[in-house]
Design a protein around this ligand. Sequence first.
Ligand SMILES: Cc1ncc(COP(=O)(O)O)c(C=O)c1O
Length: 478
Amino acid sequence: MKTIIEPFKVKVVEPIKMTSRDEREGYLIEAAYNLFLLKAENVIIDLLTDSGTAAMSAEQWSALMRGDESYAGSKSFYRFEEVVRDIFGFKQVIPMHQGRAAERILFSVMCAKGSIVPNNTHFDTTRANVEYLGAEAVDLPIPEFYQPAVNHPFKGNMDAEALEHLIKRVGSRRIPLVMLTVTNNSGGGQPVSMANIRAVEAICSRYGIPLYLDACRFAENAYFIKLREEGYADKSVKEIAREMFAYADGCTMSAKKDGLANIGGFLCTNDDQLAQQEKDLLILTEGFPTYGGLAGRDLEAIAVGLGEVLHEDYLQYRFASIRYLGEHIANAGVPIVQPPGGHAIYIDARAMLSHIPALQYPGQALAVELYREAGIRSCEIGSVMHAEKDAESGEEIPAAMDLVRLAIPHRAYTQSHIDYVIEAILKVHERRELIAGYRIISQPKFLRHFTACFATVDALSNADTPRSSHGEQVLLQH
Ligand SMILES: Cc1ncc(COP(=O)(O)O)c(C=O)c1O
């Protein structure tokens, strides 16, 4: 059969509330044009993230009932630990309530002020956790990464030469660890090849620097290797995943992605001493090392999810569905990051809305417009999320790209939902020249995209000043 179907059927349904364009206009003003501040019930198709939004399987729901909620030494922990060890292969498995908790504890133990952490590309929380400690997060992707239209089978690769150059320039003592994010979320959900993992590992071991994988989407990365890298077509996704982790000294994991769970994560290492320090911190802020901020039932759901995500019929359907979305909009002229990623399609908003300057946030403008048009929530990954400040002038420097990510939650939407998304994007694309840019009127110090308030550049009259969800007007910050 040529048609690739969802390899599951629906047992429980969750109604979607349909909204009118006028209603959505009101919700946008209430949320100060920040889609993170919308109420989820007012979203028709939620492509904000694939994180924690998976539909759990019947097996996962059954496993919840097995959850052992003992404070210490719960059976659920030992089942979870066994599954994680079997796939990831690390000696020490430390549960966490989500990925960023693993990042915070790992960096707190390994980094100090002045440390440098290279990564193919840091995800926003990863960068923020490095910088919070006074360390520097350095992105070293290959040059193709910054060229959305360029096709490359492993566009998530790290520039290994640049890594070696950096180590030689700053000295290995300032680099407590190197990270590889698989897949590379910040610019297209693009995979890292096994050859690249090997090359980075060889450099790390030459200089005595530990290598960690940010493993959130390890199964998608492994499936890309199977499809695209010579010598892997006949290996199972699990075998490929094991090989990926065999080159690393540890990993951080958000089980909200390829754990197919709604919450959870873990930190792994082969270093017992380091693990002890990490567990000490864990007890301080997350919980006892056999639950790490999670309920026993969450550990059970993750253990089952980690097995299910490795099923190849599941990965085949997931990639086909995401490719379908990407190809349909690209064929109609919408610029996207090529090739389609493993968990999302990324629209090149800077190219699509070329009349909007980068510091009027074309990604934000496009994301708002998709919501206004059809109630679709997406995520800006561009100058709102990643802009930097010029050290001398203090002026904002735009991010390298302005993208809008349409992340597909695992197992949650069907083909007709995807067709609805395609129709909406094409409508917005047709009237793209009429879309205005945005400016930020208030923002927090860290991770501003989550809570910043916006107004359109041509709409700063009193009537258009955004209100918070409590109705009061949001004050301009200077
Ligand atoms: C690549 C990557 N690393 C880390 C994280 C953080 O994980 P969490 O949201 O579970 O804290 C994310 C979340 O989206 C991610 O995509």
